[in-house]
Design a binder for this molecule. Structure first.
Ligand code: GLN
Length: 238
């Protein structure tokens, strides 16, 4: 069995509300199945391994997004080529915004994105905060927590990850949450989302194997606890 290489982008700067947990969840679910996995942290200036299977990026404050902004923008061509090549990506909140074209903070500061996702984000004074769930066509209900000032609008090159409760999600207006193209997923769900959305976790892994031409069926795991956690979170709006 091949080793899946998980790349953790900017673990120091972009990790709020437990988003590093997404990396741990993927690693643990592979280890439980005795499948080899390697984690490569990529910080400012580090190269992204050319054979990365899954890229994971977490949320960050506006200030942290500013800190990584130039470094991240310098990787635009590389990241777009990876997305075109089917590399799996899961980007949360601040990282999601920066996979788009640009993020204008609520103070009017422009943080350039890399254009992997056809989305733009504008900050506002009022933040969208609380537990949220997203109903998706392919991986059922995803459950997480959102806290952002940026409102995101999708262009024609991206489709929503799913539909959200009113007043939440991408912009609090159009009922969409997250964005998808090829194997790239952006979402506002922190938490970490994969701890309460095991179907999405397995879907990412399955996509990564499929891209490498590995035809394999993931062994079922006991997901009683993540499912319980998801139900409890859905019952608590904040
Ligand atoms: N700083 C961004 C915003 O407020 C992202 C926040 C986050 O990652 N939670 O919109």
């Amino acid at each position: 069995m091949i080793t899946l290489k998980l790349v953790h982008l900017y673990p120091r700067e972009m990790n709020i509300y437990g988003d590093t947990g997404n990396v741990l969840v993927l690693r643990r679910r592979l280890q439980w199945r005795d499948r080899p996995v390697e984690i490569v942290p990529v910080s400012l200036g580090d190269p992204i391994p050319h054979d990365a299977d899954i890229l994971l990026g977490g949320g960050g404050q506006d200030a942290a997004q500013g800190e990584i902004g130039e470094d991240f923008a310098g990787r635009a061509a590389e990241l777009r080529a990876m997305a075109d090549d089917g590399v799996v990506m899961l980007a949360i909140c601040g990282s999601y915004q920066m996979l788009g074209h640009e993020f204008i903070t609520h103070e009017g500061r422009r943080i350039a994105g890399v254009g992997v996702l056809d989305v733009v984000t504008r900050g506002q004074q009022v933040r969208l905060i609380g537990n949220n769930y997203v109903d998706t066509p392919s991986t059922g209900r995803l459950v997480g927590y959102e806290n952002h000032s940026g409102l995101t609008t999708l262009g024609p090159g991206a489709r929503p990850l799913g539909t959200s409760q009113s007043g939440r999600g991408n912009n609090g207006q159009d009922g969409t949450e997250g964005a998808v193209r090829d194997n790239v997923i952006g979402t506002y769900l922190h938490g970490p989302v994969l701890a309460k959305s095991p179907r999405l976790a397995d879907d990412l892994v399955q996509r990564a194997y499929a891209r490498r031409g590995v035809d394999t069926e993931l062994e079922p795991l006991d997901d009683t606890l993540p499912e319980l956690a998801a139900r409890v979170a859905v019952g608590r709006p904040r």
